[in-house]
Design a protein around this ligand. Structure first.
Ligand code: ADP
Length: 154
């Protein structure tokens, strides 16, 4: 195990779109780490609802008041990207047991690829626990207003 000097965390996700639930996890995470990198996983084979470059600039605007948050995108393995960024922590949010089942597997796999990477989970704020990117997409697809779930205007 290496000695940690600067605590750098990445908060990876699809963020399609980035919601108030994601914002809550990121703001809380930024208080725990020296630097938090919000990283949009860019899987080019998958059609996005909001293009990556648009999403990056919207997220940057949300955190214009937070000095230690950076926003970027990456392709390939999360654990490899973490290594490139010299990040020793991977931040994820947990809403429910379904998230836990999924995150548990992913965390073990990431640790296998990069043993220096410690996954840290934040339990969701109950006020945002029901929000998901897929629900926002579904609401908007059928003309319902989902703006209350987003920390910016689409
Ligand atoms: P992925 O496709 O990688 O699961 P998401 O963008 O859906 O990416 O989610 C990124 C992270 O944010 C995950 O750890 C997820 O559990 C967490 N998350 C998603 N929605 C919420 C929410 N409403 N509150 C807190 N955390 C959330």
């Amino acid at each position: 195990m290496s000695i940690v000097t600067e605590r750098i965390a990445i908060f990876p996700g699809s963020f399609d779109p980035f919601t108030k639930g994601h914002e809550d996890v990121a703001r809380r995470g930024a208080q725990m780490f020296d630097k938090l990198i919000i990283a949009i996983g860019n899987n080019s084979s998958k059609q996005r609802y909001i293009p990556v470059d648009v999403m990056i600039s919207k997220i940057k605007a949300v955190f214009s008041d937070v000095e230690n948050i950076e926003v970027t995108s990456f392709s390939g393995l999360t654990s490899t990207f973490a290594k490139e960024q010299k990040a020793n922590y991977l931040l994820r949010g947990l809403r429910n047991t379904t998230d836990f089942e999924y995150e548990n597997t992913i965390a073990q796999a990431n640790h296998h690829v990069n043993p220096d990477l410690e996954t840290v989970f934040l339990i969701t704020n109950p006020a945002y626990a029901f929000i998901s990117s897929s629900i926002v997409r579904e609401l908007e697809k059928f003309g319902a207003d989902a703006s209350a779930f987003l920390p910016y205007k689409i």
